[in-house]
Design a protein around this ligand. Structure first.
Ligand SMILES: [Zn+2]
Ligand SMILES: [Zn+2]
Length: 517
């Protein structure tokens, strides 16, 4: 078996691993790169392999950084099956068309700008039609069910406890007469968390490809109910709203459960809780359609309420654009949960535009904020941000609560690792920020004695006895399309500095250009 790392290598997003064994080629995940411009640019480049030659895909879960380039794979000739749990299939059925819609409208905007500048236009990465075609290739399975997607390859999906349907994937194959097992952690969830089960224990792995998002971090204790209630009640007292950017899948449902419990406990002044994101509304429906994934506490709540615990009377789902626009007029007493979770797309941007400048409002971050996103800039304390081309003074309270993550922290990841009965010979660390991965690799090696590697983009390893480095292939970045946009951005910023007569900044730029050219 040979593995090549084509994404989430020394970065968090873009999960994509190419596996080759006895003439079969398959992928684990085919995710989109998210974050800064250079990362996003990779989504526009050709795949470094021929999609038509890929026999099948195993998908760990529905998050776009794992599934988001599947429609592009189909657009370029992939015709095999995509194996995933039934929960993942259902979530993808709303998330991939949503992602296609975002691609189409972003490119439309970019093209308007390129046309105005007399530059050639670009094509969307994929369209709604590609997404619809992709959905026909899915094969839904259950946890612990044995599947044989190709001869001599056996696969089992285990519960990763991260989002609905999320999986740890175990792949068994025979190499020179010996049975070997490679395990992909996917994104690992939390222990004793809301709604879902704990991550499953794995019996055996010879090789492990493991995520490391929170490799050197420890989640704070979740704010006590009282603390969270205080943040909300204080905001209402000041006459503001609480805006919560939340990923449509999982984070949103977690927060609903949390807020519900505050209302039930009588801790929160009865405000109105709005879920304002069409995708969040659909994802919540899918959660409610799959009570088999709920943990015991959530099942008990469902029984108590006689309905899905995510759809109690306290929650108002705003479906139409009119509902959403009406929310912009609400000055006080509203909790608005909206997507995207990193505040760089979707309806949340409207709510931020209407509330960020108001000292009486609060913006509550409850998820991971990748470098380069609006969410990260706000959490970092930036005082002026641009939304829809408009500069906004940040006066609202910015609160980042870290305890709500859907990713296990260092303690939880090490716990999951130590629960593997027959330990791997090698661990490949992926899906993390480069600056933190070395340190986490060292901690793993110290605690377990397992050799831990941090592969770079395009590196291949042969998995026999130990992981052997084979080669590093270069990823060709397509510089024609989206890079024009980068040029226009730089141009625009320089023009702004000219208009503002920021001569020192311009001299600095000139000096910098001299240095690097
Ligand atoms: Zn995820
Ligand atoms: Zn992920």
């Amino acid at each position: 078996m040979q593995i090549t790392f084509w994404g989430a290598a020394r970065t968090v997003t873009g999960s994509c691993f190419l596996l080759e064994h006895e003439g079969h080629k398959f992928l684990v995940d085919c995710g989109m790169f998210q974050g800064n411009k250079a990362l996003k640019q990779r989504n526009y480049s050709d795949f470094p392999f021929n999609p038509a030659e890929i026999d099948f895909v195993l998908l760990t879960h529905a998050h776009i950084d794992h599934s988001g380039l599947l429609p592009k794979l189909c657009k370029h000739g992939f015709k095999g099956n995509i194996w995933a749990t039934e929960g993942t299939v259902d979530l993808c059925s709303v998330m991939l068309p949503d992602s296609a819609h975002i691609q189409e409208s972003e490119v439309e905007q970019k093209n308007r700008r390129l046309l105005r500048a007399g530059q050639p236009t670009i094509e969307p990465i994929y369209t709604m039609e590609d997404a619809a075609k992709t959905l026909t290739l899915f094969k839904g399975i259950k946890y612990h069910q044995l599947v044989k997607p190709a001869e001599n390859i056996e696969v089992v999906f285990y519960d990763a406890g991260h989002i609905l349907g999320s999986s740890v994937i175990q792949i068994k194959y025979t190499e020179a007469g010996h049975e070997q097992i490679v395990v992909f952690s996917g994104d690992l969830g939390r222990y004793e968390h809301y709604i879902l089960h704990d991550p499953d224990n794995i019996e055996k792995a010879d090789y492990l490809v493991m995520e490391s998002t929170y490799g050197i971090r420890f989640h704070e204790e979740e704010k006590s109910k009282e603390d969270l209630a205080k943040i909300i009640n204080d905001t209402f007292k000041r006459g503001g709203n609480v805006i919560i950017p939340a990923f449509a899948v999982d984070r949103c449902q977690d927060i609903i459960m949390h807020l519900n419990s505050l209302v039930e406990a009588g801790l929160m002044k009865q405000g109105s809780i709005y879920v304002d994101s069409p995708l969040s509304v659909k994802a919540t429906d899918i959660f409610c359609d799959h009570p088999e994934y709920f943990d015991e506490d959530t099942k008990a709540l469902a029984e108590k309420y006689g309905t899905c615990p995510l759809k109690t009377k306290n929650i108002i789902f705003s479906e139409t654009t009119e509902d959403s626009i009406a929310l912009n007029k609400v000055k006080s007493g509203a909790i608005i949960i909206s997507a995207s979770g990193m505040a760089d797309a979707g309806r949340i941007k409207h709510h931020l535009r209407h509330n960020l400048w108001r000292p009486e409002s609060t913006v509550l971050f409850v998820g991971y904020q990748a470098e380069g996103t609006l969410g990260r800039r706000l959490v970092n304390g930036e005082k002026i941000v641009r939304i829809h081309g408009e500069e906004i003074d940040v006066k609202a309270q910015i609160v980042a609560l870290d305890g709500y993550s859907a990713h296990g922290d260092q303690t939880e990841m090490l716990k999951w690792l130590s629960n593997i009965k027959e330990k791997p010979q090698n661990i490949f660390l992926v899906h993390g920020e480069e600056s933190a991965m070395g340190q986490f690799a060292e901690i793993i090696s110290q605690k377990t004695g397992i050799a831990t590697l941090i592969p770079e983009m395009g590196e291949s390893y042969k998995l026999n006895d130990l992981a052997h480095f084979v080669e590093k292939q270069k990823l060709a970045i397509d510089e024609s399309g989206d890079m024009m946009e980068l040029y226009l951005d730089i141009n625009q910023q320089i023009s702004q500095m000219m208009r503002a007569k920021e001569w020192q900044k311009l001299f600095d730029i000139k000096e910098f250009l001299h240095k690097i050219s």
